[in-house]
Design a protein around this ligand. Structure first.
Ligand code: HPA
Length: 273
């Protein structure tokens, strides 16, 4: 693992004239448009990065984008790896390890999700203030490399509170309605049954999705600050559960995407990673 991280990091440095990013971004559903805002300096397809997972879905090549956004040097993953696609937790966490090794101090993640909080509406933009790991595993299972982080990392302050406060301020300055809440991460690929949404609400989750938690665990293990933002694309509220399709998820995320991009870009401008 350590050798792989070192080898991949060296390879990326060679391809990017030693570009040192301070902010990492995982562009989930709904944040893809943020790429347009990045002054791109280097683009590397995942297939050209040693030890990087190779996408199994044709047409979804995925690439790393390095450049400037909000006055900061950023590295963005266009295309993320989901557990339901068959990647191992180690593979899903690997790009975060590489970001850290390249110099990243703060990680920004986005996703689309279902909302169980009865106050939420379709299109709601939610800042993640905590999560519940409902994957049947954890990316830190196995040998711990003390060079990468502690065996038993504390998760008490996983989502940076100061970032959330700044993001709220930015949103209100732009008249964007947002909320805060808990993200439950589980495997998918099925959307939830009504009983599962009810269960998720009862255990304290506001939204549910199929990503984010593994990457965030690795980021915290490696000492990064984390900011997470979700778009509620459908409701799993008791009595209001409707049929969910992937197309609908993409549609709603697409409508809200410019707002989400604006908040993230401004937040990156204002932080000091
Ligand atoms: N459940 C899980 N993941 C999702 C959902 C959902 O309802 N909507 C978008 N991603």
């Amino acid at each position: 693992m350590l050798e792989q991280i070192a080898f991949t990091t060296k390879s990326i440095r060679e391809k990017t004239s030693n570009f040192i990013p301070s902010v990492g971004i995982i562009l989930g559903t709904g944040l893809g448009g943020l790429v347009k805002e990045i002054s791109v300096e280097f683009t590397i397809p995942y297939g050209e990065i040693p030890h990087f997972p190779v996408s199994t879905v044709s047409g979804h090549q995925g690439k790393l984008i390095l450049g400037e956004l909000g006055g900061k040097k950023v590295i963005a993953m266009q295309g993320r790896f989901h557990f339901y696609e068959g990647y191992t937790m180690e593979q899903i966490g690997f790009p975060v390890r590489i970001m850290k090794a390249l110099g990243v101090k703060s990680l920004f993640v986005s996703n689309a999700c279902g909302g169980m909080n009865p106050d939420f509406e379709v299109g709601e933009i939610m800042f993640i203030n905590d999560h519940i790991n409902l994957f049947p595993t954890n990316p830190l299972i196995g040998k711990n490399y003390d060079e990468l982080g502690p065996r038993f990392p504390d998760m008490g302050a996983t989502y940076n509170k100061q970032y959330i406060q700044l993001a709220k301020k930015i949103a209100s300055e732009h008249n964007i309605k947002t909320s805060e809440g808990v993200y439950a991460g589980l495997t998918g690929p099925c959307f939830e049954t009504p009983a599962e949404y009810r269960y998720l609400r009862r255990i304290g989750a506001d939204v549910v999705g199929m990503s984010t938690v593994p990457e965030v665990i690795v980021a915290r293990h490696s000492g990064m600050e984390v900011f997470g933002i979700s778009i509620v694309t459908d409701l799993g509220v008791e009595g209001k559960v409707q049929t969910v399709t992937h197309e609908e998820v993409l549609h709603v995320a697409g409508i809200q995407e410019p707002k989400m991009s604006l908040i993230v870009k401004e937040l990156i401008r204002q932080i000091n990673p």
